[in-house]
Design a protein around this ligand. Structure first.
Ligand SMILES: *Cc1c(COP(=O)(O)O)cnc(C)c1O
Ligand code: SF4
Length: 323
C-alpha cells in the first residue's frame, strides 16, 4: 500500500513539543503502524453524513441546523478522527471548499427559512479562513439565521497561528456566535491555549467544548475531572463527550461503554453541573445526538430509540467494520 492511501501522520511544532512531555498528546497524534497500516476507507459513510448531504460540503441530519464542512483538512490529524474517510485523504486532498461551492451553500441557506443555525465544521474550518469570512458575512444579511457556530481543534493544535483579527470579526457576525473547542486531555490546556480562550471570551463568543472518550488518553475520572473543571473555570461550558466511533484504525481507542457510564456517574457527583457535559452517542439513524443516562437511575441501556421512537440498531456502534 502506498503511504498516500493511509490517514497521514500530521502534527505541528506546538504538538511535537508538547508530545515530548505528554504521553497523552503522543498517543493522540502518533501514527501507529500496528493498527493503522491499512488504506483509508474513503467510501465509508459511518454516520450517514454522505447520504445526508444536500450539496457538496454540507451535512443536514437534524432539524434547523446545517453543518458546513468548510475544509477537509486540519492543522494536525488526530488518530481517532471519525471523518478520516474524508479528512486529509483521497478525493478531498485539495482540502478546502472553493468560493463558488460556498456560494452555492449560501444560496441554499438563503432559500430555506426553516434553518436557524449554521455550524462550520470540517476538517477544521480555521484551515479555510476566507471561507469562514465568506459564510459569516453573508449570514449577516439573513434574518432567519439566528445562531452561528464554529467547531474547531485548531487553537489546541497551533495556538500561535490563530488569526485573532479574523476571529474578532467573525464573533460579530450575529448577536449569538458559539465557538466549540474540541479538546480531549488537560495537557492541551497550555498557557498559550488558556490565553487564547481568554481572548475568545473577550471577543464575545459563547465558548463550549466537545470531547471524545479515548482509551489510554482520558479513560479515568481524575483526568476528565481536571479537564472539565479547568474548562469550566476558564469560561468554557463542557457541552458533549462522545463515545469513540469504532473503525478498524481507531479500535484501540474505543472504551468499554459501561466504563464510560461509570466515569460520568462519578464525575456528576464531584462537579458543578456547569462543568459536566452530556454523554452522547452519534448514531447513524438518529435525528439528533442520543443522550446516555448516568447510573443514578436504573435505565435499561440495551434499548435505544430515536426521537421518532424508531428502534435503533444498538449494536451498530459496537460493530467493527471490516476494512
Ligand atoms: C452534531 C451535529 C449537529 C449539532 O447537533 P447539536 O446537538 O445541536 O449540537 C448538527 N448537524 C449534524 C449533522 C451533526 O452531526
Ligand atoms: S481536528 Fe477533528 S476533523 Fe481534524 S483530524 Fe482531529 S478529529 Fe478529525
Amino acid at each position: 500500500m502506498t503511504d498516500e492511501s493511509r490517514f497521514a501522520e500530521k502534527t505541528t511544532l506546538h504538538l511535537r513539543n508538547l508530545a515530548t512531555k505528554s504521553d497523552a498528546i503522543k498517543t493522540m497524534y502518533s501514527f501507529n503502524p500496528e493498527f493503522e497500516d491499512v488504506p483509508a476507507d474513503t467510501g465509508r459513510d459511518l454516520l450517514n453524513e454522505k447520504t445526508n448531504s444536500p450539496l457538496f460540503g454540507t451535512v443536514r441530519k437534524f432539524d434547523g441546523r446545517l453543518l458546513v464542512l468548510l475544509s477537509y483538512t486540519c492543522a494536525a490529524n488526530c488518530r481517532y478522527c471519525e471523518r478520516q474517510d474524508r479528512v486529509g485523504v483521497g478525493l478531498d486532498r485539495v482540502g478546502r471548499l472553493r468560493p463558488d461551492q460556498i456560494d452555492d451553500v449560501i444560496t441554499y441557506i438563503a432559500n430555506d427559512p426553516s434553518l436557524y443555525e449554521i455550524i462550520l465544521s470540517g476538517g477544521d474550518p480555521l484551515m479555510n479562513p476566507k471561507g469562514m469570512e465568506q459564510v459569516f458575512d453573508s449570514m449577516r444579511e439573513l434574518d432567519h439565521i439566528k445562531v452561528l457556530r464554529i467547531h474547531t481543534r485548531f487553537p489546541m493544535q497551533s495556538p500561535q497561528q490563530v488569526n485573532l483579527d479574523l476571529m474578532r470579526r467573525l464573533a460579530t457576525a450575529k448577536p449569538t456566535v458559539y465557538l466549540s473547542l474540541h479538546i480531549d486531555h488537560p495537557d492541551e490546556l497550555t498557557p498559550e491555549v488558556k490565553e487564547l480562550i481568554r481572548e475568545f471570551r473577550a471577543m464575545g463568543y459563547i465558548l463550549i467544548s466537545q470531547s471524545v472518550f479515548l482509551k489510554g488518553v482520558n479513560d479515568d475520572v481524575e483526568t476528565l475531572h481536571d479537564m472539565f473543571l479547568q474548562l469550566f473555570q476558564l469560561g468554557v461550558r463542557p457541552y458533549y463527550i462522545y463515545h469513540c466511533q469504532r473503525i478498524v484504525t481507531t479500535e484501540r481507542f474505543e472504551m468499554d461503554f459501561e466504563d464510560e457510564v461509570r466515569i460520568m456517574s462519578e464525575l456528576r457527583e464531584r462537579m458543578s453541573g456547569l462543568a459536566f457535559p452530556q454523554h452522547v452517542l452519534d448514531l447513524p439513524g438518529a435525528r439528533g445526538k442520543v443522550v446516555v443516562p448516568t447510573n443514578h437511575w436504573k435505565w435499561d441501556r440495551s434499548v435505544v430509540h430515536d426521537f421518532d421512537e424508531l428502534p435503533l440498531d444498538t449494536d451498530s456502534w459496537k460493530v467493527i467494520e471490516e476494512g
